[in-house]
Design a protein around this ligand. Structure first.
Ligand code: FPP
Length: 235
């Protein structure tokens, strides 16, 4: 028996902003600015297509190592995004979630994140999950530490540790695993993104750079996904 290829959750690695700008002789910051506009367009398209979860890689733990100027610009964009685009999503009853090492972000950004999460917690049409200061290995190590502490305190025994218990210790606790991962810009890597959660996801790579990504390209990748047969390791 094969599983039906339902499409509930799409995860995206939005790559290629810098190259898009450099190709046009523009500063990298303008690539990120255009990239943020595309985030808005794609979120709208996902809602229209009835997707339930959209997880976007907005900033990785490794991105902190970029130049101070670039990090600072990305944080400015992020503040704007939290204060305008995400507020608009909130009005449209989209649930907003964040995953990542949020303690590394500025206090005001953390506060905006917490407020949005709280204010949209009861919405269930579309959940937009933003990975911010996110790194999958950090997430997995943090989960292992939580479990070790529970064992040490005698709350659970080593025999209690199974896939469900481990999944419950991750930031994505109540979010189903992605059905489809999309990476733009022609790179074919996971870059420390959702390593546990992507175990059985279908992968789609497109050469389109993120600032050129569109609802049409999203539909093309979805159509291709629908032709795939997911077997989850079974025959
Ligand atoms: C990759 O382009 C993109 C990022 C560093 C993160 C994604 C950021 C955005 C889409 C803009 C801001 C988003 C929000 C939600 C405010 P790159 O710089 O790695 O491109 P390159 O590989 O061509 O250099």
């Amino acid at each position: 028996m094969t599983e039906k290829s339902e499409l509930k959750h799409i995860a995206i690695i939005m790559d290629g902003n810098g190259r898009w700008a450099t190709k046009r002789g523009l500063p990298r910051s303008l690539g990120h600015k255009k990239g943020a506009e595309v985030v808005k367009e794609i979120t709208k398209a996902a809602a229209e297509k009835g997707i339930k979860f959209l997880t976007l890689y907005a900033f990785s733990t490794e991105n902190w190592q970029r130049s101070e100027e670039e990090v600072s610009y990305l944080m400015t964009l992020l503040r704007q995004y939290l204060k305008s685009d995400l507020q608009e999503l909130k009005e449209n009853k989209v649930r907003i979630r964040f995953i990542g090492e949020r303690y590394m972000l500025d206090q005001d950004i953390q506060q905006l994140m917490t407020d949005l999460e709280r204010q949209t917690a009861s919405y269930d049409k579309l959940t937009v999950c933003i990975a911010l200061s996110y790194g999958s290995r950090h997430e997995i190590v943090a989960a292992a530490k939580k479990i070790a502490t529970q064992v040490k305190n005698g709350d659970i025994s080593p025999e209690d540790i199974d896939i469900n218990l481990f999944s419950d210790m991750l930031y994505t606790k109540d979010i189903p695993d992605p059905d489809l991962l999309i990476r733009t810009s022609g790179e074919q890597r996971l870059s420390n993104y959702l390593l546990w959660q992507l175990a059985y996801s279908e992968l789609a790579f497109t050469d389109v750079l993120w600032p050129d990504f569109s609802a049409q390209e999203l539909q093309r990748l979805i159509d291709n996904y629908q032709t795939r047969e997911r077997r989850y390791g079974k025959v």
